[in-house]
Design a protein around this ligand. Sequence first.
Ligand code: NDP
Length: 253
Amino acid sequence: TDRLAGRTALVTGSSRGMGRAAAIRLAEEGALVAVHYTSDGAAAEEVVASVEKDGGRAFAIRAELGVPGDVESLFGALEADLLERTGSTDLHILVNNAGVMGGVGPADITPDQFDRIFAVNAKAPFFLIQRALRNMPDGGRIINISSGLTRFANPDEIAYAMSKGALEQLALHYAKALGPRGITINSVAPGITRNGNPVFDIPEAVEQMASLSAFNRVGEPEDVADVVAFLATDEARWITGSFVDATGGTLLG
Ligand code: NDP
C-alpha cells in the first residue's frame, strides 16, 4: 500500500537489523527514506538498492552518533539530500533505532563505557528529536526503539536498560508538548530479535531465547518493523506517549 506516500523518513542505524527492516517497510508504504549508518556503507547501499528494486525511494547518509557534532553532521547530509529530492527539508517521520548494547556486566563496566551507552542510546535521540522538530510538519511521527529490558530483569545489562529507561521518558513528556501539532511520539520495545549477532547461528541458544516468547520463537526484524510502520501511519493518530510491547509476549512472565 502507499499509506506514507509523500512523506519523508529518517531511520537511524538502518544498515542492518530492525532499522533495515523498518526502512524497507516505510519505503514500501511510499515514504522517501534516509538510511542512516555509521560504519557499513556497503550494507546501507544494499538497503537502498533493495528499496529501489521494489520501486521505492531511499538514500544513505553516514554519521556517527554519540560524539560531539553528531546531530549537525547527520542533519547537514539529510537536509541536502531531502532538498535535492523533494525541494523541501520537511522530515515527517523520525525513527530513533540506532543503539548499542553493553556487553559488559555491572561489576566491570567503566565510566567511559557507561557514558558511551548513554550517549548513543539516550542523548543522541534527545538531540535528534530537538533538531528534527525544526523540520517536522504537523502530523509528524517520532518512534523510539527501546527494549523489553526496561521491564524484564537482566542483571548483565543494567546500564543498557537504564539508557533505554531514559529513552522511554521522551515519549511520555514530548507527547504532551507535541499533541497540539498532531505529532505523535511512542516507544516500541522489542524482545530478543534476530540480528547479525553470531549467537543466532547456535541452535541451542536460539531455542533457549525462543522459549522466552509466548510464541516460542525469536523475533524477526520484520516483526518489529511492521509495528514501527503502523505507528508511522495516519491510522495510529490516536496513539501517543505509549510504550508498545513488541516482545512477542516475553513480558507476560
Ligand atoms: P544492530 O545491532 O543489528 O544494528 C545497529 C545499527 O545501529 C546499525 O545500523 C549501526 O550502524 C547503528 N549504530 C550503532 N551504533 C551507532 C552509532 N554510535 N552511531 C550511529 N549508528 C550506530 O541493531 P538491532 O536491530 O539489533 O537493534 C536495533 C535497536 O533495537 C537498538 O536500539 C537496540 O538496542 C534495540 N533492541 C534490540 C534487540 C535485539 O534483540 N536485537 C532487543 C531489544 C532492543 P553500522 O552497522 O553502520 O555501524
